[in-house]
Design a protein around this ligand. Structure first.
Ligand SMILES: C[S@@+](CC[C@H](N)C(=O)[O-])C[C@H]1O[C@@H](n2cnc3c(N)ncnc32)[C@H](O)[C@@H]1O
Length: 394
């Protein structure tokens, strides 16, 4: 198999794992491409993200040209055709090279013939429309914020590679205004080196802003109430300089165990806790971070598949859980302490709707739009993931 065919085959395989098996694109892309050369890795990322961002339009095109519903096409071949469509229609690869690189990865003559025939018809087919959010999500966001076009365009585009520099790390990369430890790193190798040496963690600047909003200090008692996979836990640990008490809790055992293994710091207390019924006395902590489960619409740049996984009732279901978790979090903070509520999403129901009635305010000194009860960062305004951060003072 040629190099081009191998990377297209890998892209198609990853599309299958994400679309059918429920894997997360940012996770499988990182692990499956870690040994590839930078150009090959870039090709796989570009193919997979382009498929996920325009999946409905791509499938419509394939169905129209092949005369079959996509449900009737062998899943492996369908994924290869999807990658073929983005090669032809998004990346504008010359038709013969695009067709050869897809057909070259197919194992049997009959199957090769089918893929070849469909791709050749696709060469002359209509162009693809720009990536679009599902209609129901557009309509929720239009109702919430008035406009959705800029958010949609920025959310269905590439995100830069970003890290949080840990204390004492060299000042590498491009600074992000207002989020001091966040850096944009040009190449994956530099970021990988920083992470290996323990000098940085991979984190979008919006996530770094959440850690900053907590203002954790050495010697305090802090609860990270929904901690897995532990990204913000490490930030809190760094701010506390390893002194005081840091409890990292989560309700999902497997996620908690793998977070504890990944973070590997014996000083942190990892606890399996249902945050809606925590077994701590009221007022036990100086600060509680509730980085709550949410629809994740702020992270579409790196996980576009989320837009097809959530449904209208997800927003209401999650808002109910978020309210219960936040009430419990407020109860656990001592008078004079602080709760920080954050969600990597932008719906009103999960953001202002949760903290408005509970006296939230925007944290000071961070970029984003002050919505009264909290701060909103968005790909189209701050160039970061979408994140809502609110401080509740007790
Ligand atoms: C947005 S993620 C947290 C990300 C994490 N703070 C980080 O920065 O890496 C939300 C987490 O909430 C957890 N969760 C969901 N329901 C929960 C509950 N009732 N109590 C505690 N954690 C819960 C999920 O398992 C998930 O790990």
């Amino acid at each position: 198999m040629t190099k081009g065919a191998a990377s297209r085959s890998l892209a198609a395989e990853l599309v299958g794992r994400i679309v059918r098996d429920g894997a997360y694109s940012n996770v499988v892309l990182r692990s499956a491409t870690s040994k590839l050369s930078p150009p090959d890795r870039a090709l796989v990322y570009a193919d997979v993200y382009a498929v996920l961002r325009r999946r409905d339009a791509i499938d419509e095109l394939i169905a129209g040209v092949s005369g079959r519903s996509v449900a009737d096409i062998d899943p492996d071949l369908l994924d290869r055709l999807r990658v073929g469509v983005v090669e032809l229609k998004v990346h504008n690869t010359p038709p013969h090279a695009a067709v050869d690189s897809i057909v070259g990865g197919v194992d049997n003559r009959g199957r090769r013939g089918f893929v070849n025939a469909v791709l050749r018809k696709l060469v002359g087919a209509a162009e693809l429309p720009p990536p679009r959010l599902p209609d129901w999500i557009r309509s929720v966001l239009e109702t919430d914020w008035g406009t959705v076009d800029a958010f949609e365009a920025a959310s269905l585009a590439d995100a830069p590679l970003a890290v949080r520099l840990r204390p004492g790390a060299p000042e590498v990369g491009n600074a992000v205004e207002g989020i001091a430890p966040a850096r944009i790193i040009e190449d994956a190798a530099t970021a990988g080196d920083l992470v290996r040496k323990g000098e940085a963690t991979i984190a979008d600047p919006a996530s770094t802003a959440v850690g900053m909003a907590v203002e954790a200090a050495p010697g305090e008692r802090i609860l990270d109430m929904a901690a897995a996979p532990g990204g913000k836990t490490i930030h809190l640990r760094d701010a506390m300089e390893g002194t005081g008490l840091l409890v990292a809790a989560d309700v999902h055992h497997r996620r908690l165990v793998s977070a504890a293994r990944r973070v590997e710091d014996p000083w942190i207390s990892w606890l399996l806790v249902d945050g809606t019924r925590p077994a701590f006395k009221p007022g036990s902590f100086d600060r509680v971070l509730l980085d709550a489960p949410c629809t994740g619409l702020g992270t579409l740049r790196r996980r576009p598949e989320i837009m097809h996984r959530i449904e209208p009732r997800s927003i209401d279901d999650l808002a109910k859980l978020q309210s219960r978790l936040l009430d419990a979090a407020i109860d656990l903070v001592r008078p004079g302490g602080r709760v920080v509520y954050s969600v990597c999403t932008v719906t009103a129901a999960e953001t202002t709707g949760i903290v408005g009635p509970r006296g939230g305010r925007a944290p000071a000194g961070l970029p984003g739009a002050d919505l009264g009860s909290g701060l909103m960062l968005r790909p189209d305004t701050t160039g970061t993931d979408g994140m809502f951060i609110s401080v509740i003072d007790r």
